[in-house]
Design a protein around this ligand. Structure first.
Ligand SMILES: [Zn+2]
Length: 102
């Protein structure tokens, strides 16, 4: 699962790339590096496949639903976080970032 910190790092790298900061580097290598894909020692198609998958993971925010833990408190079904805001119809889990659905 992609953390919010990893999302922010990827966004910062991609925004930096959008300024032309890496214009002398292969675009796939820049994008792969931005989303955390190691390039070294891999074939081009492997880097491409892993980069597409990493981009899809970044865009596709995981979902969760509200469960009830052993203390009778509302909690995230993904990570078990029982922060008060989950009981207050929060749209996202404050711990894992999953979107609350259902
Ligand atoms: Zn969670």
């Amino acid at each position: 699962m992609i953390s919010d910190e990893e999302r922010r790092r990827a966004v910062a790298e991609l925004r930096e790339a959008s300024t032309g900061a890496y214009r002398h580097v292969d675009a796939l290598d820049v994008i792969a590096g931005s989303v955390g894909v190691e390039v070294g020692g891999k074939f081009g198609h492997e880097v491409e496949n892993e980069t597409y998958a990493a981009l899809a993971d970044l865009i596709d925010r995981p979902t969760t639903h509200i469960d009830v833990n052993e203390h009778g408190r509302a909690c995230c079904a993904n990570c078990g976080c029982d922060d008060w805001c989950l009981a207050d119809r929060s749209r996202y889990c404050p711990n894992c970032g999953a979107e609350v659905v259902g």
